[in-house]
Design a protein around this ligand. Structure first.
Ligand SMILES: [Zn+2]
Length: 332
């Protein structure tokens, strides 16, 4: 994939493209930034650019045999290591990578070793890697990818050139959802609003589960807007409960619903202040949101936000999901 097709990250991409063009890419890199923003994808693009058969080393064409094999994970000179089921990257696979790093590539120009979730390298693996990171073979590039680089040993960090990735703007997430994953513009807009700058999280949110969560959140808010009796509100609370198979899954699903409640409240506040439907995160629900708006003055919206925040914090402390849902339903 060419750099131009990656969503967002103008600065780090520009930096990488320029050093690739000049042939000055450092041999050991650390890509850091939040989960799900595309660090691993960019690591693959760098591997493609280094081995592309038709673009001269500064960018990837995305179409030649080398680019396609790297995208498919079948190129003999590009390795992607990630944690095993134990959650760690143990010493044995790392030793194999170190051995591979010392040899010339089989068929490409450069051997690229991508270590995803590099913070999961256990201490022995990190020690074993030090020498290779300092002096990889002449044709080898290491790319460590991590959302928690501060948990890597300082000795590992200091041997790598750091490339920082930020969160994507909501518009960039929405554009990615429409162009690459064929969501409608309205869906993409709504999902991007709760994705916190991560296309990966947006895709999770974009599953059927998200629309279900939004329906549950909307129903709870409409009940609250109608000034319903405590009994009706408790029924709405029951509607917020996901009914998953495990307590952890329940907590996660309820948290997703509460985040959506926040997104809907933001839209209600926008409508109250005369915002246009095109600016709503949930533009496809404009009619429902306008209908609720008169019930929510600024004070009530702020209280609703605060209640949603408290409910999320309680879930993080492992509070009972039923208690949290009920408490939130009567405090909206
Ligand atoms: Zn290519």
């Amino acid at each position: 994939m060419p750099f131009s097709e990656v969503y967002g990250h103008a600065r780090p991409l520009d930096l990488l493209a320029r050093s690739l063009g000049r042939g000055t890419l450092p041999p050991s890199l650390l890509f850091c930034g939040p989960d799900g923003v595309g660090k691993r994808l960019v690591a693959r693009v760098v591997a493609q650019a280094l081995n592309c058969l038709s673009s001269g080393g500064a960018d990837a064409c995305g179409r030649c045999a080398a680019c396609r094999r790297i995208a498919a994970g079948t190129h003999p000179d590009v390795f992607v290591e990630e944690p095993s089921e134990t959650g760690q990257i143990k010493i044995e696979p790392v030793r194999a990578l170190i051995t591979a790093a010392a040899y010339r590539p089989f068929e490409g120009r450069r051997r690229v070793i991508i270590i995803d979730d590099a913070d999961r390298l256990n201490p022995d693996s990190q020690d074993a890697l030090l020498k290779s990171l300092e002096e990889p073979g002449p044709s080898t590039v290491f790319i460590l990818v991590s959302s928690k680089p501060e948990t890597l040993r300082a000795t590992v960090r200091s041997r790598c050139a750091r490339v920082s990735f930020g969160r994507l703007a909501a518009e960039e997430v929405a554009r990615g959802l429409v162009e690459r994953y064929h969501f409608t513009a309205e869906e993409a807009h709504a999902i991007a609003a709760v994705a916190d700058g991560s296309l990966g999280r947006a895709l999770e949110a974009g599953s059927a589960g998200y629309l279900e969560a939004r329906a549950a959140a909307l129903s709870a808010l409409r009940t609250a807007a109608a000034g319903a009796s405590p009994k009706a509100r408790l029924q709405a609370a029951a509607g917020l409960l996901p009914g998953k198979s495990t307590a952890a899954a329940d907590r996660e699903a309820l948290a997703a619903r509460i985040i959506v409640i926040g997104s809907l409240l933001r839209d209600v506040a926008l409508v109250t202040h005369g915002g246009r439907a095109g600016h709503l995160a949930n533009g496809d629900l404009a009619a429902e949101i306008e209908e609720m708006a008169p019930a929510f003055d600024v004070d009530r919206v702020l209280k609703g936000y605060a209640a949603a925040d408290r409910a999320l914090a309680a879930l993080e402390r492992n509070a009972n999901v039923k208690v949290v849902a009920a408490w939130l339903a009567v405090n909206l």
